[in-house]
Structure formats: structure tokens, C-alpha cells
Design a protein around this ligand. Structure first.
Ligand code: ACM
Length: 679
């Protein structure tokens, strides 16, 4: 009897939710197995009925797809794509129904995009399979905006490479490619009116961003010996946009303002506050010429990119030159602005009015909230989720791309097994765990969360292979976050599908990260540890207190038994930036036999985390008189690695109070530790 019950349960599971077995990414919403299989060798032709533009587009796509189909007018044994007025259970234009029977395959949707996504599901189901199960699938995306940002400024990647990424994005049902086209490291878009942007500001004297950044940050002329860089011609962009459209992907151009603009202000120094090249990163907001320039550039940008949204950057403005600039001060006074934040906001508002007057919308990083958000702007929330939440509170749309979950320039595995990255640790599981809709927000506000995006900044990503290793398979996790209903998400199952997807991507000439051999987080971080200090009182001595951006949970963090992982941003590492560094006393409550006192520190020089220069370990029985039991001097050396180093004492003694001091060295910056272990 028990055996029968198990069989029945298994049968029910297969009927109602067999999607995971199909190895489709992102996992589909509803699957019903209807019995039997369809023999893919019967699939020779396709019939499409949609509007003529979409029909042509879909024929084009399918006739050159791996299915190797021809146009067919017969309805038997073929694939039929039909645009309809309604698909039951599917109120999104990008949703679709897919019905596979023994005789043929029908896809229905209310738009060409929906039909296209039905095709992607079919392509994934049939990859490597002679037969596919007969099923009825109804599927639709959770979010309208499902994006990938590629930074093509810090290192340049050509149009054919972008097309290859568009192929993969479409396969996994992503629909926005955001190109970070301009930054200090190089301007990447031909603008006819300002030729120096591409004959000069697109070229630099060193290929590797880090070398260039640390060695004078010089630009070169196109064609000069050793000039590194590149740009997309306007013809390239037309080709790319058309290619993306065929894949139901919108390319969103980002033109940075008012900051990250050293390259422009070196080519056209009259747009900066001092008019001196190689000096500023922010446009002069007091100067009308700045607006003339921005509007002229945006006019050419809009002519090339049909995207509803134009991204104007807006992040990380230093605003340093504005205070000393007569024109900026006059602007502040004339416009009755309070401060430099409002001056930045003035620029963003004015550019928004210009974009809106041309029928476009402004998108910007969450700093565009500072000084007052432009009336119709959409916010890309990157410094956590707060910017996005603020935006939706004010009735604006937000795209969630918080660094902790969406910055795929972070390490995806043990840093010492990976090429140098910017830092952080964002493994597949973490990006997969992200829910762009925070708890406790109303349904009405939920609708303002427009979507989610993975960002690949390329400071440490010089080659195309590096891009693909960082993007895949993490982009697939983002795709499932963006498309699938959270109730259908299951990391263990996803990981299996992602491992297959890695093989698929390799077979198609991509260079994904080797997920099968992933090492995972630091072993120390995998389980809670016990020691004498666990849960004991910690007293932070004056000036030895942790920085409030990196508390790791506060006063008990160094004795909570929770060790840190590969990244100092994992909320397990406590950071110290005071002159004294770290200075704490742990009160064990009563005298204890002690044979070990130690702590581990992390160094990663990019974000200025250094090992301590001196460690002092001392003990006391009364909490007043301390006896130093170990002084450790350490030479702090800058390098490209992520380093973990233990500073400890071993011996035998009795004490109640343990004082651990770790001093910062000559480079200043932070020191970070995760636990003070007392055994
Ligand atoms: C950003 O990461 N500066 C948007």
C-alpha cells in the first residue's frame, strides 16, 4: 500500500510541477504534463500568425534557429505561433502558453514578445533531446524590466561581442541591455557634433584600467602608438539596436552626468569649472555651454536608441569644483538652490525636461534622489535598496540593482582561485536569493518596482572571456529572480539546471565560470564556532570602536561565533577606521584557563582594507591592570590579492579580561576582523 501511495505522490508531482525536470531557466510558472512525448524529428515547419512585423521577425529568428525549421502552411506536425487576444492565466504581454502534444506544438501569446519567449522555452526544452514531454505550460514574467548592465568604458567590448550576449540574454528571457557608454576611462559612442569624444576621449595610454588609473590617467589620440580604446560608430549602434530588437531586447544607453566625466572634460575643458584639462570629473553646472553640450549629445543619442529610457548616470558626483566656481555659485543663487546637492538636482531636472520634451524618460542611479527627484524620473537603486524604496514611496518607478546582490563584478568564488576582481563575494546562491520586493511594502507600491538588473562594471575585466566568466552563470540566477514566481524558486534545483546551462553555454562558444567545481564560501564561515569568549561582554575602548557602516551586528559581533566569508560586506566582518583601529576588552565573567587568543584580519587594497600594522594582546584579572602577553608587528604591503591573516597568542595562563588591540598601518584605511577567539 505504502508503495502505491509513493507512486501516486510521485505521479502528482510530475503532473503538477515537472518544470524543473525540463531544465528550463528561468523556471516557468505553470506546467502540466499531459502524457506522452513529442518526437522532435517530426518538427520540420513553422506557421506564424501575428502582425506582419512580428511575423517576419519571428520567421527570421526561427528559420535560423537550432530547430532548423522552414515556413509551413500545414497545421499538423508543425510548430504554430499564434498571436491571440487573450491567454488564460497570463495577463502579461510577455507571457505565453505552450502546448506540446504528440502531434505538434502550439504557442500562443498576446504579443510578439510572448511568442518569442514561448520559443525560448521550447528551444531550452528540446536542447539535446530527441523527444520532449507533452505539456501545457503557462508562463509570464514577474517583472517587466529584466536587465544586464555592461560597462564598456573601463574596457571596451565590440559590437559582435555584444550581439553574442544579446543571444544569451534572449535565451534566458532578459529584455534590457544597459550600456554604460561613458566614463573617465573612455567615451564609447560616436557623436558627430563632438568628434574629440571618439578621436581622443575614447583612447588611453594603458590597456589595463588599473594601470591607467594608477599612472596618470592619460588619454591619447586615435591611432597613436599604444592607444587603447575604441568606440561604437553610429552605424554600429544602428546594427546593434536592430539586432537587439529582433531579440525583443531594448538597449538603454547611459551617458554619465554630471560626474564620471573626466574624458569629456579633458577633450572639452571649457565644460568644466576651471577650463583646465585633466583636472575635473564633474561638468560645470553654472555654464550654459554644459547644457548645450548635453542636449546636443542626447539628441544624437535619442536618434540612435529608440529606448523609452535614457540613463543619465548621476552617481558619485564629487561636486568639488562647484564651490569655487563663480558660474556654479551664480546658478545656485539665481535658482535659489540650497546647496550642491540641489545644484546637481537642477541639472537632472533640466535634462529630464529636455528628454521628456522629446518623448523620452530619464533613468538615473539613486543619487538623483539627492536634492529632490525630477518629477518623472525612474531610479536605479544601487547603494542598497533604500534609494529604490524612497523612489517608490514618492510614486516613482524603481529598478533594483543593489550592490550586495546584483554587482557581478564581485568574486563569485574563493578569491585566491579567481582572477583579480573588484572585491566582494557574490556567489550564484546569493544572487539567486535576492527578492527585489522587500517585505512590508504595500501592493500598490510593489507595482512601482519595475524590475531588477545585474551590473558588470569592468575595471578588473579586461577581456571578453573575463566578461563571460563573470556574467555566466550568475546572469541566469538574475534571470530567474526577474522572471519566475518566487514560490517556484528552489536553489538546489536551479543549481543543477545552471550546471547544465554552463555546459550548453560552453558548447555555444561562451566562457562561463566552472560552476561544477565551485569551492564556495570560506570554510570558517560555514558553521558557527564555540570558544570561551562566546556571548561574553565586549567593551570597546574609546577610539577603538567599529565604524557604523560595518557593524556586523554590533557590540557582540566579535564573540558571536559567526566567522566572516570571502567578503567584508557579508555583515560578518566588523570594520574599524578610527586612528587607533580596534581596541576591545572581552570580559569572560570569571577567571578562566586560556591557551589561545587570536583574530583573523582581511586585506583587500582596492577598497582600502589593510592588515593591522601592530597587534597587542594583553590580559588582566581585575580589568584595570593589564599585562601584555604578545606584541606582533606586521609590515603592511599593498598587493592585488585578498588576504586573510591570523594574529594570535598561544600559551598557558589564567585571566578574566582579554584585551585585543589592532592598529592601522601607514596606508590608513580600514581594518576588518570577524571574531576574537579565546580558547
Ligand atoms: C555605481 O556603481 N557607481 C552606480
Amino acid at each position: 500500500m505504502r508503495k502505491y501511495i509513493i507512486y501516486i505522490l510521485l505521479f502528482i508531482c510530475t503532473i503538477t510541477y515537472g518544470s524543473s525536470k525540463m531544465s528550463v531557466i528561468p523556471v516557468v510558472k505553470g506546467v502540466e504534463r499531459i502524457g506522452g512525448n513529442f518526437d522532435m524529428s517530426l518538427l520540420k515547419g513553422v506557421t506564424i500568425s501575428a502582425d506582419s512585423y512580428e511575423t517576419d521577425l519571428l520567421y527570421d529568428y526561427l528559420l535560423s534557429s537550432p530547430l532548423k525549421l522552414s515556413k509551413s502552411s500545414s497545421n499538423n506536425g508543425v510548430l504554430t505561433l499564434r498571436r491571440v487576444d487573450k491567454v488564460n492565466g497570463c495577463d502579461s504581454p510577455e507571457g505565453y502558453s505552450l502546448r506540446v502534444t504528440k502531434r505538434g506544438i502550439d504557442i500562443e501569446a498576446i504579443s510578439g514578445a510572448g511568442l518569442f519567449y514561448g520559443v525560448q522555452t521550447l528551444l531550452q526544452m528540446s536542447y539535446g533531446n530527441k523527444k520532449i514531454p507533452c505539456v501545457e505550460i503557462t508562463d509570464l514574467p514577474r517583472f517587466e524590466y529584466r536587465g544586464l548592465m555592461l560597462d564598456v568604458s573601463r574596457h571596451f567590448f565590440g559590437k559582435d561581442f555584444l550581439k553574442k550576449q544579446i543571444d544569451a540574454m534572449a535565451y534566458y528571457k532578459l529584455n534590457r541591455l544597459h550600456l554604460h557608454l561613458t566614463d573617465a576611462a573612455g567615451w564609447r559612442l560616436e557623436i558627430k557634433r563632438y568628434p574629440l569624444l571618439t578621436s581622443f576621449a575614447a583612447w588611453r595610454d594603458r590597456p589595463l584600467w588599473k594601470d591607467w588609473w594608477n599612472n596618470g590617467r592619460l588619454y591619447k589620440n586615435e591611432g597613436d602608438t599604444g592607444a587603447y580604446g575604441g568606440y561604437y560608430t553610429q552605424e554600429d549602434i544602428k546594427e546593434l539596436v536592430a539586432y537587439a530588437q529582433k531579440h525583443f531586447i531594448t538597449i538603454i544607453p547611459e551617458i554619465e552626468m554630471p560626474a564620471h566625466s573626466e574624458e569629456v572634460l579633458t577633450a572639452y575643458p571649457e565644460l568644466s569649472c576651471t577650463h583646465v584639462p585633466y583636472k575635473q570629473s564633474d561638468f560645470c553646472v553654472g555654464n550654459e555651454k554644459t547644457f548645450e553640450f548635453l542636449e546636443n549629445v542626447l539628441t544624437e543619442v535619442m536618434a540612435l536608441f529608440p529606448s523609452e529610457y535614457i540613463h543619465v548616470g548621476g552617481d558619485e558626483a564629487g561636486k568639488l569644483s562647484w564651490g569655487d566656481c563663480e558660474l556654479c555659485r551664480k546658478r545656485i543663487s539665481d535658482e535659489k538652490l540650497k546647496d550642491n546637492n540641489e545644484l546637481q538636482s537642477y541639472l537632472i531636472h533640466r535634462v529630464e525636461r529636455f528628454l521628456n520634451s522629446k518623448g523620452r524618460k530619464l533613468l538615473g542611479w539613486d543619487e538623483i534622489l539627492d536634492g529632490g527627484l525630477a518629477p518623472n524620473a525612474t531610479v536605479m537603486s544601487w547603494r542598497g535598496v533604500e534609494g529604490g524604496l524612497k523612489a517608490i514611496e514618492a510614486g516613482h518607478k524603481a529598478i533594483m540593482t543593489p550592490g550586495e546582490f546584483c554587482y557581478i563584478d564581485s568574486y563569485q568564488d574563493a578569491p585566491d582561485t579567481q582572477p583579480e576582481a573588484i572585491g566582494g563575494y557574490l556567489p550564484l546562491e546569493k544572487i539567486y536569493s535576492y527578492n527585489p520586493i522587500p517585505e512590508n511594502i504595500s501592493e500598490e507600491k510593489t507595482d512601482l518596482i519595475y524590475g531588477v538588473q545585474a551590473n558588470l562594471w569592468s575595471e578588473y575585466i579586461p577581456t571578453e572571456k573575463d566578461v563571460e566568466r563573470m556574467v555566466y552563470p550568475r546572469l541566469l540566477a538574475l534571470a530567474e529572480v526577474a522572471w519566475s514566481d518566487p514560490s517556484h524558486k528552489d536553489f538546489i534545483d536551479f543549481r543543477k539546471r545552471a550546471i547544465k546551462a554552463v555546459d550548453f553555454l560552453k558548447s555555444k562558444g561562451y566562457f562561463p565560470f566552472d560552476l561544477k567545481n565551485e569551492i564556495g564560501n570560506r570554510v570558517e564561515a560555514k558553521k558557527r564556532i564555540k570558544h570561551l569568549g562566546l556571548g561574553k561582554k565586549v567593551i570597546y575602548l574609546p577610539k577603538g570602536k567599529y565604524y557604523n557602516g560595518y557593524t556586523a551586528g554590533g557590540d557582540s559581533a566579535l564573540v558571536d561565533g559567526i566567522r566572516g566569508g570571502w567578503s567584508y560586506t557579508d555583515h560578518r566582518w566588523q570594520g574599524f577606521i578610527d586612528t587607533n583601529g580596534l581596541d576591545v576588552v572581552i570580559d569572560l565573567g570569571k577567571e578562566k584557563k586560556i591557551k589561545y587568543i587570536g583574530a583573523e584580519f582581511m586585506q583587500i587594497c582596492g577598497p582600502e582594507l589593510f592588515l593591522p600594522a601592530n597587534v597587542h594582546i594583553s590580559v588582566s584579572n581585575d580589568g584595570k591592570e593589564y599585562r601584555v602577553i604578545k606584541d606582533i608587528a606586521n609590515e603592511v604591503v599593498k598587493d592585488d590579492k585578498v588576504t586573510f591573516k591570523n594574529f594570535s597568542w598561544r600559551g598557558k595562563m589564567k585571566a578574566r579580561f582579554v584585551r585585543y588591540q589592532a592598529e592601522r598601518g601607514k596606508f590608513g584605511g580600514f581594518i576588518f576582523t570577524d571574531e576574537i577567539l579565546i580558547k
